[in-house]
Design a protein around this ligand. Structure first.
Ligand code: COA
Length: 171
């Protein structure tokens, strides 16, 4: 028998999802100080409530027998310019969900919960006509995403602080 159930997140879950977000970044070694953690938590809770309200965030939560949230995964849905669809047959402007806030409480890990949450997200995206779902994988989650069919892409990244553009005007 399953020890958990999965339900969609509502605006009332914004603070819980923000908690997952900070715990996820902490586990990934990306939260250097407690002060930054607190600021990220409060700003994330506000932003998530707004996104859940306007429908540009969809979330799934795993719930234990005591109604406690034990894991979650979300999709931040961003509008897109028209492009050729992944199958190469049509022009689409379907939104591309970015998978975010994938987190399982440590004592619940290794039981297929993140996999079940991701499958719920993928069924949802497919039912909405999305031709792709994208994410940035942590080392811990990469095997999960690969086993679900995610493949590496051509994404690149640039950060202004690593460049010298002296003499070039912003116009
Ligand atoms: C990554 C994480 C979400 C996995 O959650 P989970 O509920 O334990 O995952 P599942 O039980 O569904 O595991 C699915 C697969 O992921 C892989 N996996 C899970 N935890 C792993 C770990 N710690 N190290 C390596 N692989 C792992 C396994 O391949 C597993 O495959 P299996 O089902 O064949 O055993 C969880 O470890 C976590 O919250 N980590 C910290 C935050 C994080 O990295 N989030 C992802 C951000 S992209």
């Amino acid at each position: 028998m399953l020890k958990y159930t999965i339900r969609r997140a509502t605006i009332r879950d914004a603070a819980t999802i923000a908690g997952h977000r900070i715990a996820m970044f902490r586990d990934m070694g990306q939260v250097p100080t407690a002060v930054l953690a607190d600021k990220l938590l409060s700003e994330s809770a506000t932003a998530l409530a707004d996104l859940l309200r306007d429908g540009s965030y969809a979330g799934w939560l795993a719930i234990d027998a005591n109604d406690g949230v034990i894991a979650g995964a979300g999709a931040h849905v961003k509008s897109q310019l028209p492009r050729i669809s992944s199958d190469g047959f049509r022009v689409t402007a379907a939104p591309v969900p970015l998978v975010v806030n994938v987190y399982t409480e440590p004592e619940w890990r290794g039981q297929g919960i993140a996999r079940a949450l991701m499958k719920a997200l993928m069924v949802w995206a497919s039912a909405r006509g999305c031709d792709r779902v994208v994410l940035h994988a942590s080392d811990a989650a990469r095997p999960l995403y690969v086993s679900l069919g995610f493949v590496p892409t051509n994404e690149m990244r640039w950060s202004p602080e690593h460049s010298d553009h002296s003499g070039v005007k912003d116009q």
